[in-house]
Design a protein around this ligand. Structure first.
Ligand SMILES: C[S@@+](CC[C@H](N)C(=O)[O-])C[C@H]1O[C@@H](n2cnc3c(N)ncnc32)[C@H](O)[C@@H]1O
Length: 156
């Protein structure tokens, strides 16, 4: 209905119905500066994280951002978190060159618990807007901070 936000189930169903293979190839028309934004994210990560960083990508989808991170930080490891099996199923194809340097978690990022201090960096691209305002975003930031080592980086 107009003006109403989608439920979590509707969001999941929407991404489970996405043509995942096409998703990773597209240049989003709705965001002409997409490439520029991605490059800025990488600049920040490269400046603050070691090459061997452990990074978690929330709402990773097919792995668009994860792939860029894996390329930019030669010894890093990326954990992709997403609740759409359809989107994640595409990730191994996209990340084939990085076997052994990533893992996939089929999880709702509002509920997932990270071991304390597990990550050097927590990132999300075009995913957290699927939340429901402050309680969701606050929870996500708290979980991300808990999962980051002291001095780690959250780029959400
Ligand atoms: C617009 S896509 C962005 C994908 C990727 N980050 C990128 O930049 O290409 C949003 C992704 O967030 C995921 N997502 C949305 N809400 C989620 C939630 N609560 N838990 C896990 N994944 C979620 C969707 O399944 C989808 O894959």
């Amino acid at each position: 209905m107009a003006g109403q936000k989608m439920s979590q189930q509707e969001i999941q169903a929407r991404f489970d119905a996405e043509t995942a293979a096409a998703y990773s190839q597209r240049k989003p028309l709705w965001l002409p500066e997409h490439d520029y934004a991605m490059r800025l994210v990488l600049k920040v990560l490269e400046s603050y994280l070691p090459d061997s960083a452990r990074v978690v990508d929330l709402g990773a989808g097919t792995g668009n951002l994860s792939r860029r991170i894996l390329k930019a930080l030669p010894d890093c490891h990326v954990t992709l978190v997403d609740f759409s099996r359809n989107m994640l199923n595409e990730a191994p194809r996209l990340l084939a060159a990085f076997d052994g340097r990533y893992r996939i978690m089929l999880e709702d990022f509002w509920r997932v618990e990270f071991p304390a201090g597990e990550y050097d960096g927590v990132v999300a691209s075009f995913a957290l807007h699927h939340g429901r305002g402050r309680p969701f975003t606050g929870t996500c930031i708290e979980k991300s901070m808990a999962g980051s080592r002291s001095g780690g980086l959250c780029l959400l």
